[in-house]
Design a protein around this ligand. Sequence first.
Ligand code: ADP
Length: 248
Amino acid sequence: PHASNTILYLDGVSVSFDGFKALNDLSLYVEEGELRAIIGPNGAGKTTMMDVITGKTRPDKGDVIFNGGVDLTQLDEAAIANLGIGRKFQKPTVFENHTVFDNLELALKGHRRPQSSLFFRLSGEQQYRINEVLGIIALTDVHMMQAGSLSHGQKQWLEIGMLLMQDPDLLLVDEPVAGMTDAETEATAVLLKDIAKTRSVVVVEHDMVFVKSLDCRVNVLHEGSVLAEGSLDVVQQNEQVIEVYLGR
Ligand code: ADP
């Protein structure tokens, strides 16, 4: 049973690798328009959870229900992406030899690699959409710069912008602030909170200062299932969570 405003519902998901349970009866809900952080020690199953949602890994057991009806476990990666799920991996993959603007244009047109013949005139609507996303990711001032000359943080934001060009309902973000400066980390929290005003965002992250600044509901994963859920302050006081993080 799940509320009609649940965008993502993992129901008893299990994944084994050679008998080792990476996910063990994992269940969690994400509401529409919610920003959610997933934390947990190394090996807890965070990456495997993202892989199951995006169809990269098929679970042995359980369902992954998207937008109140579709079971993602029955679909391949391309079909899942087309349903409106975007995933940002840790390492940014922007087209370094193209401008920021052209990167967004390529993403808008759904091209996986640049070809000069693909840069045609844009419709007013397309131009508007690109400018809108440039504003959201705070790269308007550098939109004519080569992506390769951006800072690490700016490249991460550009990649998030490229995902936004496809207008996903759910954005999955893997350790976005790894390698960022403090200022970039703060700006990324503002950006993700802004994005979550119009869509759902799930962030896997290790940086607790960053997670704190997201000011959102948190799931602590441990040994492939949810150990605790709540605000960061609440889960950090959970005895089991403390034990898991300090090690036994
Ligand atoms: P996290 O992202 O929380 O660090 P992972 O989801 O990457 O955790 O991994 C969970 C567990 O599953 C780890 O013990 C890892 O070694 C194992 N694992 C993940 N992917 C594979 C795989 N393709 N083959 C074998 N074991 C894997």
